[in-house]
Design a protein around this ligand. Structure first.
Ligand code: PLP
Length: 394
């Protein structure tokens, strides 16, 4: 009989020649457990998803309650489903007042797709501006605004009329004109290796979009739900986007995303043509119930309190001759090393010692640190000890 690992390689589509092949038996809080019972402290959070930890009891309870009522009942936007209504109401209540209309989808890439369509339809323009080294998902539209030719070349032709600017470059903002439908930007770039823009840049970007009638789409798929110490990272900058993208941490481990805009903007999806964006499963009731519970946990358990101190502790401890720089904000950090070989070996050795770390799609010379927000001082200290020991053994 073939093992699960062999079957995984045989029947499950592979996306690289070097999958991690960790066989997960269960996950709880800050830890994943493999089939031998070995525990792994999670500094990746399933790629910025498990912000409130794995299988938070409130999320499990919300899911179980909804399981007893109904699962899928119809396509998005037709029946009144309490989990969708209550989750949207809660989201709107904690976001700036202009972001008052929530379109639920299943993933980050779908949120990107919906937002790009909305911006084109609302402005009547086709030009889209994105950033070099950006990552907004892997579907065709999202791939079109990815800022890394390596991943795009084989799939061309992609969307026309897409232009790229340097992230955090004030001079490049001149490229935004009256022809630009939207600028799409990660508030803090994730897959670029965690790049934090300046407040001046974010303010100038907002101003330029206002002057040119361009919609500003902020992708908070990775930065959202408390990861940087604020519910959404644009709160650090005192600006508000026209369209906000959420996913990843939104569902407490369940698949859900959203694009959120003003009611007046969103209204164009319901008119000429109607059904401007369609999804069967978007806003699945179980995922919305989990999402609402997740948001209530983040707010009710004050999970954003102390994130800055946790960042500080990581920065204080992560000092080593091989570490060139620690970048990021809150618990979205990257440790810059010299080479991919160092990163790959360090990541493997950390896994052997029961610590999960990773790297970035567009920056494979830096290690990714994105633990659940619930990580405590003791775990941060033991994680950093392992990282430093491993670096010393490279
Ligand atoms: N946008 C950002 C900033 C992301 O980091 C990701 C995923 O890593 C996405 C969009 C795409 O999300 P998904 O994988 O759910 O499609």
């Amino acid at each position: 009989m073939l093992s699960n690992r062999q079957l995984f390689l045989l029947n499950n589509a592979q996306t690289s020649s070097t999958p991690r092949l960790l066989e997960i038996e269960r996950a709880e809080g800050l830890y994943l457990y493999d089939s031998s019972g070995k525990a792994y402290l999670d500094l990746v959070s399933g790629f910025a998803v498990s912000n409130i930890g794995h299988r938070h009891p409130k999320v499990i309870e919300a899911i179980q309650n909804q399981l007893d009522k109904y699962l899928h009942v119809t396509v998005y936007g037709e029946y009144v489903q309490a989990p969708q209504v209550r989750f949207a109401e809660k989201l709107v209540s904690v976001l700036p007042p202009s972001l008052n209309s929530v379109y639920f989808v299943n993933s980050g890439a779908e949120a990107t797709e919906g937002a790009l369509k909305l911006a084109k339809r609302f402005t009547g323009r086709s030009e889209i501006i994105s950033c070099k080294n950006a990552y907004h998902g892997s579907t065709h539209g999202a791939l079109s605004v990815m800022g890394n030719e390596y991943y795009k070349e084989a799939y061309r032709p992609l969307l026309p009329d897409v232009d790229f600017v340097e992230f955090n470059s004030l001079p490049d903002l001149q490229k935004i004109t009256g022809k630009t439908a939207c600028v799409i930007l990660e508030t803090i770039q994730g897959e670029a290796g965690v790049r934090v823009p300046s407040a001046d840049y974010m303010k100038a970007l907002r101003k330029k979009c206002d002057e040119t009638g361009t919609l500003l789409i902020l992708d908070e798929i990775q930065t959202g739900f408390g990861r940087t110490g604020k519910l959404v990272a644009f709160e650090h900058y005192g600006i508000v986007p026209d369209i906000l993208l959420l996913a990843k941490g939104m569902g407490g481990g369940m698949p859900i995303g959203a694009f959120i805009a003003n009611r007046d903007v969103m209204a164009v999806l319901a008119d000429n043509p109607i059904l401007g964006h369609i999804t069967t499963f978007g806003g699945h009731p179980v995922c919305c119930a989990a999402g609402l519970a997740t948001l209530e946990v983040i707010l009710g358990e004050n999970l954003m309190n102390g994130i800055a101190e946790k960042e500080e502790l990581f920065r204080k401890l992560l000092v080593h001759p091989l570490i060139k720089e620690v970048r990021g904000k809150g618990l979205m950090l990257s440790i810059q090393l010299d080479s991919f070989q160092q990163v790959e070996t360090a990541s493997k050795l950390c896994t052997d010692r029961g610590l999960l770390i990773d790297w970035f799609l567009h920056c494979d010379t830096a290690l990714r640190i994105a633990p659940p927000l619930t990580i405590g001082e003791e775990e941060i200290r033991s994680a950093c000890n392992i990282i430093l020991e491993v670096l010393s053994n490279l």
